[in-house]
Write a protein that binds this ligand. Structure first.
Ligand code: ATP
Length: 235
């Protein structure tokens, strides 16, 4: 489905990704973990065309998407919930959700998608007419995830969804990711600094270290791996 081959990215002289290979061919939840500055967000930004690689290729559903602009990547079926949520704070919850469906013309489908998001996140339904900026941090994260679901993605990318949230809200966000996966059955790539939570809900995981893929394995294998425990799980 998603094949990332020998991906290398630079910001000026900084090499943020170095020869990264990732293959996602099955449904499932995939974690990408790593320390600050390891290149996790750059990986997401490159998949969606916000950063152009200096080398390598990204193929999605057998189509080369490496050089596509972001709006075209989204049309191919990849949706992203960006780091820092980036919701539109001065418009309502409902309008934020509508903005996620801009590639869909069918009004009936948009309404169905909004109902699905409200089912996942009943709080958003309660607050549908409220300005998004007045929501709590956890609710804003739900809105950002909900908005990313509005375009019927075939692949969902979540960049640090637990960032800045209190522990109980972190649990709620990870529970929501599991629920979305179990009901929608679309592959989800979750980039996280909360390695333990991310690996515990993931079928497979990748560890990035200073731009390089250091380790990979099932979520359980990585949780039990001494190197991962020492470096990322605070053991
Ligand atoms: P974090 O969890 O802190 O977001 P990350 O693993 O997502 O870290 P990236 O944000 O992808 O890492 O950063 C990878 C490297 O690229 C780091 O050295 C970072 O300083 C650098 N970098 C990221 N964005 C830019 C940018 N816009 N301009 C210059 N360098 C950047």
């Amino acid at each position: 489905m998603l094949h990332i081959d020998k991906l290398t990215c630079h910001y000026g002289v900084i090499k943020a990704l170095d020869n990264v290979n990732i293959k996602i061919d099955k449904e499932g939840i995939y974690a990408v973990i790593g320390a600050n500055g390891a290149g996790k967000s750059t990986l997401i930004r490159t998949i969606v065309g916000l950063v152009k690689p200096t080398q390598g290729k990204i193929t999605f559903l057998n189509k080369d998407i490496t050089a596509l602009e972001t709006h075209d990547v989204i049309r191919e079926g990849i949706s992203v919930c960006p780091e820092g949520r980036r919701i539109f704070k001065s418009v309502t919850v409902y309008e934020n959700l509508l903005s996620g469906a801009y590639i869909i013309n069918d009004q009936k489908r948009i309404k169905e998608n909004i109902d699905i998001v409200y089912e996942f996140f009943p709080k958003l339904s309660e607050r549908r007419e409220q300005l998004a900026g007045t929501l709590s941090g956890g609710e804003q994260q739900m809105l950002a995830i909900g908005r990313a679901l509005m375009c019927n993605p075939k692949l969902l990318l979540l960049d640090e969804p637990s960032m800045g949230l209190a522990p109980n809200l972190v649990d709620m966000v990870f529970d929501a990711v599991v629920k979305i996966y179990s009901e929608q059955r679309i592959p989800i790539i979750i980039v996280e600094q909360n390695s333990e939570m991310a690996l515990s809900i993931s079928d497979y995981g990748y560890v990035l270290e200073v731009g390089k893929l250091d380790l990979e394995g099932t979520g359980q294998e990585l949780l039990l791996c001494d190197e991962v425990k020492k470096k990322y799980l605070g053991a």
